[in-house]
Structures are given as C-alpha cells and as structure tokens.
Design a protein around this ligand. Sequence first.
Ligand SMILES: [Zn+2]
Length: 239
Amino acid sequence: MIADPAEQTSSEVPLAELSAVSRDYLKAIWSAGEWSTAKVTTSSLAEQLDVAPSTVSTNLRRLAERGLVIHQPYGGVRLTGSGTSAALAIIRRQRLFETFLVQEMGYGWHEVHDDATALASAASDRLIDYLDDRLGYPTRDPHGDPIPDPDGAVAPMTLISLSTCTTGDRGVITRIDDSDPAMLEYFDRVDLTLDQLVTVGATRPFAGTMSVSTEDGPTDIVLGDVAARSIWITRCDRT
Ligand SMILES: [Zn+2]
C-alpha cells in the first residue's frame, strides 16, 4: 500500500508505543492491500478483525489522531508514511517468527499465526535482528509471503492467482494465503506446498472447481474456487 509522498515525511512512531490493538489494525490494513486492490473500508476491516464496525471506527479515529492512518468516509482507509513504516516493521516481525516456528520449532504452517503474533509483539528489536541472522535472512515466510527487510523494503513479486488459470497453464506455487488455517491443513493433506510446479487440468466453471497435477507428486487434485483463489503461482509457459 503506497502512501502519498507528502505523507512519507511524517515522523516514525516506535512500535513499543503502539498497543496490541493498534498493531493489529496496522497489520490488517497493510495486508489487505498486499494482494488485492480492493478499497479497505470500515466494514472490510470489521469482517477481517471480527469486530463490530463501530469498534473499527473508534480505533481508526485513534490511529488517525496519531497520524498513522487517513480515513475518509468515501475514500476508504489508507496508511500514512509513518503508518506504513510501523505496519512493515510489524509484518517483518510476524513473518520472521512464523518462519522461526516452522523452521526451528517444527510447527505446521497452519499453526503459527497466534504464537507468531504473541512473540512478535513481545520481542525487542535486538531479538528480531538476532532471529533474522539465525534464520539466514529469509526473504519469504512459510506461506511464501515476502518478509520486509530492516528498512521496510519488500521484494516485488509478480504472481497470479491459480483461480484465473485455465487448462494447460503451468506455474510454481509461490504463495499460499495464510488466513484460513483449515485450508492450509487441507493443502497439507493433499500434498500441495510451496515451490511445487503445478499444471491445471480440467476446469469446471459451472461447478467452481479445477483439477491440478504436480510434477512429482499427486495428480488430479480437485480444488474449489476458494482454494484456487488462495494459491498464487509464478506463471510458466503453457504445456
Ligand atoms: Zn505467513
């Protein structure tokens, strides 16, 4: 999510000064714009954070007073420059801890979210730097989401949603939406994981399903539209 250049000059807010609720909102607003161009609104945030729209309005007003977000009734919610910096620092922490839990602690990729959030909010900057070094400076988390660097830079990724593919399209699974643990668990069960080359077989738009086959693993996995929308691929040439 890009803030107006004029807003980039606003001063940075130390993460330690932000409440857990503020962090959740900044993370949610930034994430909402990461893989979608849809406008972020009070109601979309209420749904995402599972709270009442009136609660969202109150919290957005507080964040706006601190210069972290701009909320225009018909223009949606945007992060300011300092809101973006804070959000990227929060996202970096979250994704480093997700990586740590999977890589070092043996968590499943569907189990990491809550513990990573708790650890990310408790960790000092020093621990985050140490963790980054210990993990070998990872650029992606276990779901393929980019990990912002210490300066908040995010490596650009050009991905397409599997749901937009047709029969014969091929691509490498590069990111899987991590918002639904049950879906991640399902992908585990059918052996779909990151960095697999998949080819789209039959598509059945009337039923909202498609079949995909992997290069060396399972074939003819039937995915519904919601599942296909969760998988993002780096496109390869058609077969
Ligand atoms: Zn993740």
